[in-house]
Design a binder for this molecule. Sequence first.
Ligand code: S3P
Length: 450
Amino acid sequence: MSHGSAPKPATARKSAALTGTVHIPGDKSISHRAFMLGGLASGETRITGLLEGEDVINTGRAMHAMGATIRKDGDEWIIRGTGNGALLAPETPLDFGNAGTGCRLTMGLVGVYDFESTFIGDASLSKRPMGRVLDPLREMGVQVKSTAGDKLPVTLHGPGTPGPLIYRVPMASAQVKSAVLLAGLNTPGITTVIEPVMTRDHTEKMLQGFGAELSVETDNAGVRTIRLEGRGRLTGQVIDVPGDPSSTAFPLVAALLVPGSDITIRNVLMNPTRTGLILTLREMGADIEVLNARLAGGEDVADLRVRASELKGVTVPEERAPSMIDEYPVLAVAACFAEGATVMKGLEELRVKESDRLSAVADGLKLNGADCDEGRGFLVVRGKPGGKALGSASGGRVKTHLDHRIAMSFLVMGLASEHAVTVDDATMIATSFPEFMDLMTGLGAKIEQE
Ligand code: S3P
């Protein structure tokens, strides 16, 4: 596992035109939820296109530890769930590695059960705030034991009968929304989540798909009220996971930046709660053609043809942040090559991702000759079209802080910079995108691992 293994630096160099067609591995958010809901539902769930990254595999292990059977037959994952309300007490701590989503959603899923469950993770996950999930769980009657002030390791013990909650999510977080809804599955009565700013809606859609009684009402101001009837029956489903738009972002931005590039990316999830980056890049002048737009398994999916483009800086509307929250590091890299300034605001949540992504990005950009200013919740990048003087002539290494998206973003930067860009560790890329190196080099990217 990346968090236990020795760091492996990697270097990306100025590349010739990227060309070819790629298929992006499955969406991480949907893959986690497919394992969780499949592991909980009665009967069999069959999943194709599952992301086989370390984060998702850890969620599968956790579901197995709580009674689900999981096997792989060819390309298909086959899960036999316990039935809603029938998870078993895990005998050992559940180790989520690097994965905030796996950990926080499972805290909701099992935390309300009347037994103990313990959650652990790697050095990155152990620094991340869990109070945002633990607070609503406490309100539902869950006892929380933590020696590290709402950080991992955490042990939960649910009450005999959890109390249904009406919970207004205090920050734009799909993980918090989802944790409360999943806790509601084993809670009698109606659990209500009020979401003032819409975040990715995979939990709602997939719960409905598995047969949960769940309704969503949106008022004129865009505030969403999600109501879930607890203790209903969930039934196994057939799921084909579309390609991850957050992983798509890396070859996509690389193709925009490397002159002469022309690539096609197949089977990309185009759920509007996830497409903020595409919108923003198009406003910057990116040539991204959406082909074969279609519906698959209740989700919008399309192929993307991306051609190298001259970008110009923009101000990204703050309210767009939830729909591109994981894409700011690679957008900041794109902005380094744009004419003028790109202003990104409303980025406070970036400080509590796999790393403090705002400072990791700003530090890495400065190390590689970019012109940027970092504030508490904003980043401004002034671009250098053509990549002149970008990269590190002296071989300085970007500190990735166990953060896969920092590693991939800076490797993309190196493909179009005058000098090479080196990251101090590329092993954790396997948490979300194990195929990254092969896929990028297959398109013609010059990336080498030490
Ligand atoms: C995710 C939600 C987001 C995102 C993460 C995946 C999810 O986190 O950054 O990569 O699958 O629900 P937050 O809920 O912390 O915004």
